[in-house]
Design a protein around this ligand. Sequence first.
Ligand code: SAH
Ligand code: SF4
Ligand code: F3S
Length: 518
Amino acid sequence: MNEEQRKQQAQINQEANFDRIKNTSSDDMISKYFQTNYEPQSPDIKKARKRRKEDVQFHYDFSIPEDVATVGKGKKFLIRTYGCQMNEHDTEVMAGILTEMGYESTSNTEDADIILLNTCAIRENAENKVFGEIGHLKPLKLEKPDLIIGVCGCMSQEESVVDRILKKHQHIDLIFGTHNIHRLPQLIKEALFGKEMIVEVWSKEGDVIENLPKVRKGKIKAWVNIMYGCDKFCTYCIVPMTRGKERSRRPEDIIQEVRHLVAQGYQEVTLLGQNVNAYGKDFEDIQYGLGDLMNDIHKIDIPRVRFTTSHPRDFDDRLIEVLAQGGNLLDHIHLPVQSGSTEILKKMNRKYSREDYLELVRKIRKAIPNATLTTDIIVGFPNETEEQFEETMTLMEEVGFEAAYTYIYSPREGTPAARKTDDVPEDVKKQRLYRLNELVNKQSAESMKKYDGQTVKVLVEGESKKDPDVLAGYTEKNKLVNFKGPKSSIGNIVEVEITEAKTWSLNGIMVENTVEVN
Ligand code: SAH
Ligand code: SF4
Ligand code: F3S
C-alpha cells in the first residue's frame, strides 16, 4: 500500500464510525461492549430513514496488507452461506479475499482453520438455523482452539444478535457486518493474534468498495452486484436496516465487470440488488437507470442476462421498452407482489395497489407477450382477514404466476409491523400457506405442461445431482431441465426436446448438433 492508499484507508476507517470490542472475560466483555460508543445496530427505523443526507463514497484501492498477505498459507477456510443471492455473492468476495491471503477452500468442517457463517435475518427460522449451527460448532472449537469461527452477514447488523453471541457463545472469535467485508484481512489478523472476541460492525450505511477479489462458485453463470441496500422500508422487512441505504455502482464499473466475465467464458450474468430497478436513482450527476444499464449490457456479447429482484413501484416504461428488445435480455421477470389485497399492501408500505400491480403486468405483457412472471408472497401479515387472503389467491390466478416463493409473515424486531398486535392464529396462517402452495404447485405444473413435446434452449450447467448420466441446465425462463446428452455440452447452450413435464422440472433429450458456440 502506498502513502496515498494508506491515507485513504485510514479515512475509510475513521469515517466508518465503528467500534471494536476486545475483551477477555465475559462479564468484562459485556460491560465494555455497552461502554463503547458502539451505535446500536438494532433496527431503528427513524434513524434509518434519515439516511439520504450522507454521501456515498467510492473506493477503488482495496489491497491485502503485506503483514497478512501469506497468513493463510497451508490453511483452509469454509464459508456457510444463508439467505439470498446477495449473501451468496458476498461469500464469493470473502472467498476471494481469503484465497488472496493464501487460504484454500474446504467443504469439510473438521479440516477448516477458519469457518465463517454468512447469515440471513429475513425470518426468524433463518436466524434459528444459524444459532443451531453456532451451537454445533462449539465442540469443534474446544477440540481445536486455534480454529477461528466468525459470524457475518445480515444477522451481525442486529444488536440483539451481537448481544446474544457475546453473552452465550463465547467460542465465536469474530463478528463483522455487511459493510466491512473488505476489512476481513485486518479482522482475521486481530482474531489470530489476539485472544479476545473481535466485534466490528459498522453503523455507517455503507460505501461502495470496488476491485474486491472474488472466487466465483461457478464458471458458467455469475452474479454481478449493481447496487446495494434498500430504501423501500416495507413495514415487515429487516433488509433496509441490515444492508443500509440504496447506493448504485457506477455504470462503467459494472460494464467492465460484465466484459471481464465474457472474456472468462461466462454465459449468463444476473444483475443483483435488493431493489434492483431503483438502480441509478441515487446518481446526482447522470440520468441513468436500470433500463439504460440493460440497454448497454444488451450490446455486450453475453448470451443471457437476468436481474433480480425488482420492485413493482420502480418498474418503469424505459425498462419495459429495453427488455422488449429481447435477445440476451431474458423474458423471465421476478416481480414480488407480497399480497393481492390493496389494504394489506398499504399496511406493508408497498406503495402500489392490487390494480396498480395488475396494470403493470398488462403493460409488461403488451410489450413482451411471452413474458413469464414469478413472485414472492407473504401470508398471515398481522390481522390479515380471510377475504384479504382470498384476494392473494385470486391475484395468483389472474396474473398466472408460474412460480412463487411463499412465506408466513415473521415479525422482525425493530420493524413497524412487529409492533402491531395480531389476531390471526398461527394454525390459520399455516393453513393459508398450505392452500396457497397448492395453487402455486398447480400453476407451476400447468406452465410446465406447455413445454411437453417442445424444443427449448438450455444452458447446460453440469451433471444432474441425482444421476451423473443425466445433464442439467436451465431454460431462458429459468426452468430446470434434466436430459440425456454428451458431457461436452456442459457450459454451452443446446436445444433439448422435452419428453416429460413435472411440477418443478422438465425431462428431455438433447437435439443433436445444436451446441451454440460462443
Ligand atoms: N428485495 C426483495 C426481496 C427481499 S426478501 C423485494 O422486495 O422483492 C425476499 C422475500 O422475503 C420478500 O419478497 C418477502 O416475500 C419475504 N420477506 C421479507 N421479510 C419477511 C418477513 N418479515 N416475514 C416473512 N417473509 C418476509
Ligand atoms: Fe425488504 Fe424488498 Fe421491501 Fe426492500 S423492497 S424493504 S428488501 S421487501
Ligand atoms: Fe437475508 Fe440479508 Fe439477503 S436478511 S435475504 S441475507 S439481504
